[in-house]
Ligand binder design. Structure first.
Ligand code: NAP
Length: 209
């Protein structure tokens, strides 16, 4: 399976790229610029031995070439990036990791935003009506993903309206050691899944003070 990570140069995208490369999938790291995508590919090649199943591309080309897409950009960039890949994403599956957060994870604020469309993944589905959007990877941290020599002791909550796409996605995600997928139901359940993340981040920050 050829997987494009759209916005794959950030923390979450790079971690997912590494895990799918390790699983033997063909991975394309997408970026707004080829230079940045290539830098991310070079970084992964420095970390892992003998990587041949990884390449760089600009987001629209990555989307066109791949069978399955993963979106890992901040909420503020979600609409523009989705519009830029609309043609390539048509008829395909897109796993959306977008969190409805006011700032990036790791920032001082992790306040939840309440979107008129419901969940960020529901917004993605409205922008790409001819793509099967699945909410995924929201509750797995980039830290866990980047700790690539260790299994991830965490379930991956997913939701979506197309059962076949969820089965495809679950098979891919469960190639990551330690991860079990939990199908939480229709896409609208993303409204709950996506909000677990800011809650957990807030609790972790409180605990560590
Ligand atoms: N980090 C986590 O632990 C975690 C966990 C669960 C969910 N998530 C979600 O995953 C998504 C990505 O998080 P992240 O931590 O990987 O974010 P990040 O490090 O800020 O990376 C996001 C990527 O988005 C791209 N991008 C597109 N348009 C942009 C713009 N206008 N300004 C800046 N960057 C832009 C950038 O790639 P190019 O510059 O190469 O185009 C950047 O590398 C978020 O929605 C977040 O809520 C993150």
């Amino acid at each position: 399976m050829k997987i494009a990570i759209i916005g794959g140069t950030g923390g979450q995208g790079l971690g997912i790229a590494i895990r799918f490369v390790q699983a033997g999938e063909d991975v394309i790291i997408g970026s707004r610029t080829m230079e940045k995508a290539q830098k991310a590919v070079d970084k992964v090649k420095d970390l892992l031995d003998d990587v041949e199943n990884l390449k760089a591309a600009e987001n629209p080309d990555a989307a066109k070439e791949a069978d399955v897409l993963v979106l890992t950009v901040l909420l503020a960039s979600q609409r523009a990036i989705l519009l830029s890949i609309k043609e390539g994403a048509t008829g395909k599956i897109l796993m959306d990791a977008t969190g409805p957060l006011e700032t990036a994870i790791g920032g001082s604020l992790t306040r939840c935003l309440y979107l008129p469309e419901g969940a960020a993944s529901e917004r993605a589905q409205k922008i790409l009506p001819d793509t099967n959007v699945i909410c995924a990877f929201n509750n797995i941290s980039s830290g866990a993903l980047m700790n690539y020599n260790e299994p991830i002791d965490c379930d991956c909550l997913i939701s979506g309206d197309n059962q076949e796409s969820k089965i495809t996605v679950a098979k891919l995600i469960e190639k990551i050691p330690g991860v079990q997928v939990v199908d939480c139901g229709p896409l609208e359940r993303a409204q709950i899944i996506e909000k677990i993340t800011p809650l957990l981040i807030g609790l972790n920050i409180k605990k560590s003070l």
